[in-house]
Write a protein that binds this ligand. Structure first.
Ligand code: FE2
Ligand code: FE2
Length: 405
């Protein structure tokens, strides 16, 4: 293939002992990059007074050359961290596949898709894409473990939980249960607060979602062709009745459950990254973890639409759960469009508050904390003792790796 040349100029850092603006050779660029990787810092050992390089001198092939892959065996600690991540991604992939079968862009339940679309017209596409992401995370992590001489994670023996009986769901065994969820909403308050759980703060959510399904249970509970009023027609949530109200409550629960799952991933990956000893393993955690944060931010925004007008005040006729109008409370801890993290205490209350992911300590956001949160969510309702033994062992092994916070 013909090599392309960059036509624009690129700013590349140069060593501090260089005072001219000559173009560094490719070797020089590579040396600098290796320094960055070794020291885990873009600032260490490199002057930021960058030399202006005529990028036309560097070919695309030269600049995009793949970094050398690590080929030696993983350390025991790095393998334990990666194995726990692989287990969580298999769990995430399993639950997202269930949402996708029913409510994704090619999902099979029209009423569920219509109810999800009341949160945002693009919900079905986002569900499909989030599902693809999780499948790719799980497949990559296991393949990476194998490529580095470590054992992958196989949870197939535990795909024993029942599927939804609703139109659209495949009748196959599942790792996770979405039929009876307790969704912890403390993340909603936590990210609007200036306090940090890693510095002792505790939060409760703005309301409770207890024992609600995240997906339709069966066609008699929520017929798949139920007419769902369109929120885009400014239909108040309180005017939803019968099966339509039930289906909308299930879709609203899903919206909050999506954000619950992904905020967990947003905290978990930093805790794993802090303990990685190899730059390449650190790269894996930081790169996947960033996508979990992307997911969380998206779902945080969409869930808020379930508790804002016109959808707010919808009541599930079966369980009695009511989705409140959180904007009516006129509180910054509730306002639905405050989806970007509020600056909060970080490291020390003596330092200025900072907008960060929280928690990021092993105790509050690590592997054991993640499995406890998923268990409290009833995500594993009906799972076998063998499953809990394995998943808890993987979690303890990851949290026991030295380092981190
Ligand atoms: Fe993931
Ligand atoms: Fe995720």
């Amino acid at each position: 293939m013909k090599e392309k040349k960059f036509s624009s100029s690129v700013e590349i850092a140069k060593p501090s002992d260089e005072s001219t603006t000559r173009s560094p050779s490719e070797d020089n660029v590579q040396q600098q990059w290796q320094k960055v990787v070794r020291r885990r810092s873009f600032l260490t050992g490199i002057s930021l007074a960058g030399a202006s390089v005529t990028a036309g001198a560097l070919s695309l092939k030269q600049l995009s050359a793949e970094p050398a892959r690590s080929s030696h065996r993983l350390s025991k600690g790095d393998a334990a961290l990666l194995r726990f991540a692989a287990a969580v991604e298999l769990i995430e992939a399993d639950l997202w596949q269930q949402y996708n079968e029913l409510g994704g862009v090619q999902g099979g339940n029209p009423a569920y898709i219509a109810a999800l679309s009341n949160l945002d017209g693009d919900m079905p596409q986002y569900i499909a894409d989030n599902t693809d992401d999780e499948i790719s995370h799980a497949a990559f992590l296991n393949a990476y473990l194998i490529s580095r001489g470590a054992e992958p994670v196989d949870l197939d023996a535990f795909r024993t939980l029942p599927s939804s009986q609703a139109t659209g769901a495949k009748d196959i065994g599942r790792l996770t249960n979405l039929l009876d969820l307790n969704v912890d909403l403390s993340w909603y308050t936590r990210y609007r607060s200036g306090k940090n759980p890693d510095l002792g703060a505790q939060f409760t959510g703005p309301f409770d979602i207890d024992h609600e399904p995240g997906i339709p249970l069966n066609d008699s509970d929520t017929p798949p062709n139920t007419a769902i009023p369109s929120a885009s027609n400014q239909t108040p949530g309180s005017s939803f009745v019968g099966a339509a109200a039930r289906m909308q409550a299930i879709a609203n629960t899903a919206g909050f459950h999506f954000a619950f799952i992904e905020q967990g991933g947003s905290s978990l990956y930093p805790t794993l990254a802090f303990k990685a000893t190899e730059p390449e393993v650190l790269r894996v955690f930081v790169s996947i973890g960033g996508v979990e944060i992307d997911h969380f931010s998206l779902w945080h925004d969409k869930a808020g639409n379930a508790v804002a007008q016109p959808l707010a005040l919808l009541k599930d006729p079966i369980t009695g759960l009511t989705f409140p109008d959180l904007n009516a409370l006129h509180s910054e801890l509730d306002q639905t469009n405050l989806i970007l993290p509020e600056p909060c205490d970080f490291i020390s209350k003596d330092l200025p508050q900072c907008s960060v992911i929280r928690p990021t300590t092993t105790r509050n956001g690590g592997a054991v904390a993640t499995i406890k949160a998923f268990t409290d969510d009833l995500l594993f309702k009906g799972q076998s003792d063998g499953f809990f033994t394995l998943i808890n062992r993987l979690a303890v092994e990851a949290d026991s790796v030295p380092g981190g916070f």
